[in-house]
Ligand binder design. Sequence first.
Ligand code: ADP
Length: 192
Amino acid sequence: MRLILLGPPGAGKGTQAQFMVEQHGIAQLSTGDMLRAAVAAKTAIGLQAKEIMDRGDLVSDEVVVGIVSDRVDEPDCAKGFILDGFPRTVAQAEALDEMLEQKGLRLDTVIELAVDEGILLDRIVKRAEETEGGPRADDNAEALAKRLSVYREQTQPLIDYYSGTGLLSSVDGMQSMDEVRASIETVLKEIA
Ligand code: ADP
């Protein structure tokens, strides 16, 4: 099973991806986590990405497409994967289509976690307070405002993109964590 989780920062993509990892034994491919790991390890990509991420902007399409392509070839992706935080631009979605075609793979579904923007700031403030070892460098009001505007301008168009391919399902992300989880499982059963 190969799927994309789509939604703004704070929508709950990471939490739900983790549930699916446990339930279905597929891998979670979070470009945010991969980039943060590169920053922590001070790799060439990490050094280049840090400043961009801290201010809430997007790392170049070329860099993220490259890391996802390598990651998909790892053995833990054999049963499938959840893309969390990728694609984030139409150019990335097109690159993903091409990449999967070259690898002889296809997407099963794209699940949008739909949430009211008003609650996102509260959720992210809460996450910043709860994060062990201190908040993420981009979980502050200024970077968050930037991340939300980047989401609206660059990532929201993907809803139309995937709706056009017939792959899109929308789940109400304002429900409780368990209800969202159940709604996602319903979508997955429908496509199985
Ligand atoms: P959130 O889902 O809370 O917005 P992520 O952890 O997915 O945060 O991403 C954090 C940051 O990492 C983004 O603001 C961006 O700078 C960078 N990033 C993650 N994924 C991508 C991507 N697909 N394309 C470009 N930049 C990305």
